[in-house]
Design a protein around this ligand. Structure first.
Ligand SMILES: CC(C)(COP(=O)(O)OP(=O)(O)OC[C@H]1O[C@@H](n2cnc3c(N)ncnc32)[C@H](O)[C@@H]1OP(=O)(O)O)[C@@H](O)C(=O)NCCC(=O)NCCS
Length: 177
């Protein structure tokens, strides 16, 4: 029997659709938070549960579904989730690395490693920014380590550098601009 050829990667990525996340998508968001936190391909990574239990990461998706929690998901034709982008509001007392102000939610994003570099992250980011505009959010912030290639995607998409915390830039984008 001849094995069926895999479709080219860019066609597989183009076949993915972007949709709003639902309550069943939390496992995918957790996987993508893990990918975002442990993005370095050349560094050893813990297991998913162990990595997400790290004290700085554990609160980030805790009790997901609070007012304002918003996410979009990239879904393959098989309906398998392959990427996600999300934002969440934080307070002065409880927040992550990219915190700027309590009215500016912080964004996270990741795509499964095998599908990166074919436009899915850009589509997720556009969809999330469009959702933020509909939610009348004026700005989004995020934190990105200075060597992370994702910095180029963010700056192309309207994010600008507003500060630096250790080895990471804090970026802010005006929604709808
Ligand atoms: C960042 C990310 C979501 C972008 O998704 P994508 O589908 O690869 O993005 P696109 O194909 O639409 O755009 C390409 C851009 O993504 C970034 N990118 C591409 N491959 C990447 C990779 N392997 N790792 C990190 N960023 C990558 C670059 O900015 C690239 O821009 P360039 O073409 O000018 O180099 C995705 O690469 C990823 O999941 N990276 C690891 C997780 C991560 O670092 N998240 C952000 C934490 S702040």
């Amino acid at each position: 029997m001849v094995a069926k050829a895999e479709p080219p990667l860019d066609a597989a990525v183009a076949a993915c659709r972007i949709r709003s996340a639902g309550s069943n998508d939390l496992p995918l968001l957790r996987e993508m938070l893990f990918e975002a936190a442990f993005w370095r391909a050349d560094a050893p990574r813990p297991g998913l549960a162990e990595g997400l239990a790290r004290p700085d990461l554990a609160p980030l998706l805790d009790a997901w579904g609070r007012r304002g929690d918003t996410a979009v998901v990239a879904e393959a034709p098989t309906r398998e989730g392959v990427g996600a982008a999300w934002y969440r509001f934080w307070s002065v007392d409880v927040h992550s690395y990219g915190f700027v102000a309590s009215e500016i939610p912080e964004l996270g994003i990741a795509v499964r490693p095998a599908l990166r570099g074919h436009g899915l992250g850009s589509r997720l980011l556009r969809a999330l920014l469009a959702q933020a505009a509909r939610d009348r959010i004026r700005q989004l912030s995020l934190s990105v380590e200075t060597e992370n290639p994702a910095l180029r995607l963010y700056e192309r998409s309207g994010f600008r550098r507003v500060g630096r915390v250790g080895g990471a830039w804090t970026l802010v984008a005006d929604v709808g601009s």
